[in-house]
Design a protein around this ligand. Structure first.
Ligand code: NAD
Length: 337
């Protein structure tokens, strides 16, 4: 029976990279019934909402979605569509594997990190107000439940994937209560996983250490904002945003998307690197129990990046999105590119 997957192309470069990811998944031969739903700029024009109800209904039903990036309109009153989607579906764990890709020039060889970002709390709770004119406030909300379940997820993943260490980031010297609760929960969970090493790193020091040498790190566990920032930093260590995939995992659904945004500066120009969303689609295939197909997709991406000269501008090449798509599709099907 075909897997049913909600496909959200998104906007900006979204439709281009989503087209590529879909073509690569289809080339594996895994039967997927794609249910396309619109979000972002197009959905505002059609439904007056960048995150229409029919999209949420579809994800609740299929429980799996592949999603291109969505622009957050500035100054229109819309809150981030991506934050809303994660909060509405309670997709609490953002999982972002950051790995060096063979053939891609980067500052470090053999980077192999997993960023685990809490997706629903912290400063992304959206609770902001004006106290008096000229004074504004935003609330950083942590709950014991939220901190414990993200820590559980990180340790579960570390044990499952045979990783050696979890590093929890914090700034308890300044945010004693919020980051303090986060660490308390991490420690309680760590005590139940004696087979996984655990350490705590101050967030600013973590950024410095990652830039100097990422090798000592393995699974990095972060609250929402720190996770957002460190994901981009870590992407920079392996060649940029065009390469790093992601998964947003909840108890009722999982939404697979790249770390990068809608890149309006290159949208519609056949310049976007589709690899990050293609690798996100590989994570999705694994989630669907299609591990062999996922492996074939990853091998095809690695093959194209390491052996062929087909690469996008962000990786120093001249090929377009469609050319990369076709090269990866050809390798997945078993042909040469
Ligand atoms: P961005 O990730 O869209 O772009 C940052 C830089 O990286 C740009 O120079 C862009 O050209 C480049 N880039 C990004 N993805 C690329 C790719 N696949 N190939 C080649 N180059 C790529 O970040 P931004 O400019 O800060 O955000 C643009 C919009 O995207 C904003 O509205 C933001 O809110 C939204 N956004 C959405 C998501 C999401 O949908 N999950 C994530 C981040 C940002």
């Amino acid at each position: 029976m075909a897997h049913r997957v909600t496909l959200i192309a998104g906007d900006g470069i979204g439709p281009e990279v989503a087209d590529a990811a879909r073509a690569v998944v289809d080339a594996t031969g895994v039967a997927i019934e794609w249910i396309e739903r619109e979000a972002g700029a197009g959905a505002i024009a059609r439904a007056g909402d960048p995150l229409p109800e029919d999209l949420l209904l579809s994800i609740r039903e299929t429980r799996v979605a592949l999603k291109g990036p969505i622009t957050t309109p500035v100054g229109t009153g819309f809150t981030s569509v991506n934050v809303r989607l994660r909060r509405t579906l309670d997709l609490y764990a953002s999982v972002r594997p950051v790995q060096t890709m063979p053939g891609v020039a980067s500052k470090y060889a053999d980077v192999d990190l997993v960023i685990i970002r809490e997706n629903t709390e912290g400063l992304y709770s959206g609770l902001e107000h004006e106290v008096v004119p000229g004074v504004v406030e935003t609330l950083k909300v942590f709950t014991e439940k939220g901190c414990t379940r993200i820590a559980e997820y990180a340790f579960m993943l570390a044990r499952r994937d045979k990783r050696r260490k979890v590093s929890a980031a914090h700034k308890t010297s300044i945010m004693r209560m919020t980051d303090g609760l986060f660490l308390d929960c991490c420690r309680s969970v760590a005590a139940r996983y004696p087979d996984v090493s655990y350490e705590e790193v101050v967030i600013d020091n973590l950024c410095m250490q990652l830039a100097l040498d990422p090798a000592p790190f393995d699974v990095i566990l972060l609250e929402n904002l720190y996770g957002d920032i460190v994901s981009d930093l870590a992407s920079g260590l392996v060649g940029g945003l065009g390469l790093v995939p992601g998964a947003n995992i909840g108890t009722a659904a999982a939404v697979f998307e790249a770390v990068h945004g809608s890149a309006p500066d290159i949208a519609g120009k056949d310049l976007a690197n589709p690899v990050a969303l293609i690798l996100s689609a590989a994570l999705m295939l694994r989630h669907l129990g299609e591990g062999d197909a996922a492996d074939r997709v990853v091998r095809a991406v690695v093959g194209v990046l390491s052996e062929s000269r087909v690469r996008t501008r962000d990786l120093g090449g001249t090929a377009g999105t469609r050319a990369i798509r076709d090269a990866i599709v050809a390798r997945v099907r078993g042909g040469a590119s």
